[in-house]
Ligand binder design. Structure first.
Ligand SMILES: Nc1ncnc2c1ncn2[C@@H]1O[C@H](COP(=O)(O)OP(=O)(O)OP(=O)(O)O)[C@@H](O)[C@H]1O
Ligand SMILES: [Mg+2]
Length: 274
């Protein structure tokens, strides 16, 4: 239904300056492109050290990554630096050390907006929708970098989240928490990203809505868009994760496949409630 959420990337206005865009149409697990060195993840924030402004370092030699066709999940206690790590990968932090690479290209010096043009979609943890605008206006805002016809993408997002089609003329601020998160994810998908970063997409929603959101996220991943996400619901998130990272005090404490982390006695005891 949404199989071509990202396949129109050739027609994107900015694609002329973005030779990798066509590669985005490849199905998941198709292997590396000419731009990605063998064994290098599609998106990686590597050995990142840095903090906010002139403040102390929050991240310490922190590495997070996601590969093609994968869902990677970052978990860890409150204040561990999960959101800071995401912001660093998206270019909202000045790193003192470390690099960010997308499809083999060093993007460490790029602004967030330039990273969007390169194919990154980001849903921040807070203030991720325009509450005074309608659902549809939010989606239109998401497509700000595009000059081609955005309606097909909007239809795909309405197919993915049918409730948004029903409520498209309602102000987003009137929606439930789960519906707002759908708007936020939909907004990020409007740029037809090559990789999607989600910071706590299920924050504050009921377990049923959480399951539904996870299903939709898996559906997006199956269209070939790798997903790097932070989650409070660690156990459920690791169950759907190809790769997982446990961050503690800005450092990588544990990493492995979702299965490995779920089976790790130390991870279970410290982070999953036994
Ligand atoms: N804008 C900011 N300016 C200065 N310090 C900040 C800022 N945002 C976060 N911090 C600090 O960075 C540290 C890590 O915060 P961060 O929000 O990355 O943690 P988190 O793992 O995402 O937590 P949570 O699970 O609560 O979302 C905390 O000590 C926090 O106080
Ligand atoms: Mg956070």
């Amino acid at each position: 239904m949404i199989s071509d959420l990202q396949t129109n990337s050739e027609s994107r206005d900015l694609s002329s300056g973005n030779p990798q865009a066509v590669g985005a149409a490849q199905p998941a697990r198709q292997g590396v492109t000419a731009h990605t060195a063998a064994g290098e993840p599609f998106l990686v924030g590597e050995n990142m050290t840095g903090g906010y402004g002139a403040g102390p370092d929050i991240l310490h030699d922190c590495t997070i990554a996601v590969d093609r066709g994968e869902i990677a999940v970052i978990v860890g206690p409150n204040g561990a630096g999960k959101s800071t790590g995401m912001k660093a990968v998206f270019g909202m932090l000045n790193l003192r050390q470390g690099r960010v690479r997308l499809d083999g290209e060093d993007i460490t010096a790029l602004s967030p907006q330039d990273r969007v043009a390169k194919g990154m979609g980001f849903v921040p943890q807070t203030s991720n929708i325009f509450t005074s605008m309608t659902v549809e206006e939010n989606l239109e805002m998401g497509a700000f970098i595009r000059t081609d016809d955005i309606r097909p993408t909007m239809e795909q997002i309405y197919d993915l989240f049918p409730i948004l089609r029903e409520k498209r003329h309602q102000s987003a601020g009137e929606l439930s928490g789960g519906q707002r998160q759908q708007v936020a994810v939909g907004r990020a998908l409007m740029t037809q990203p090559k990789v999607l970063m989600l910071d706590e997409p299920t924050a504050g929603v009921s377990p049923i809505v959480m399951d539904e959101l996870f299903d939709r996220i898996i559906e997006v991943a199956r269209t070939g868009i790798p997903i790097l996400m932070v989650e409070q619901n660690a156990r459920q998130a690791l169950e759907i994760a190809d790769k997982g990272y446990v961050l503690v005090q800005g450092r990588n404490a544990h990493s492995g496949t979702g299965k490995e982390l779920l089976a790790d006695p130390e991870v279970r005891r410290s982070f999953l409630g036994g």
